[in-house]
Design a protein around this ligand. Structure first.
Ligand code: ZN
Length: 84
């Protein structure tokens, strides 16, 4: 019997670390590339798996909505990141 990573309840699923939603789906990648396939997992009870899923989606939204991430460019004329 395996315990949840957050509590002493019996684990009934696994939680991906880092969250799967941070990686592109296989359909959006070249054939044969799957960035979600070998992510680390930890055992999780139903409650903590569900609670973290909503946190993961919120985190993804923060990253996508971040101006410093979306304005980053690669190249000689790249602006530097600003955390102000
Ligand atoms: Zn738990």
């Amino acid at each position: 019997m395996v315990s949840c990573y957050m509590c002493d309840e019996v684990a009934v699923s696994v939680e991906h670390v880092p969250p799967r939603c941070l990686f592109p789906k296989q359909k959006d990648l070249p054939i044969g590339v799957d960035l979600r396939r070998e992510l680390l997992t930890v055992p999780a009870c139903a409650q903590h798996n569900m609670e973290k899923a909503s946190d993961d989606e919120y985190f993804l939204g923060v990253i996508v909505g971040s101006d410093s991430v979306n304005s980053a460019r690669v190249g000689a004329n790249s602006p530097t990141f600003s955390y102000a």
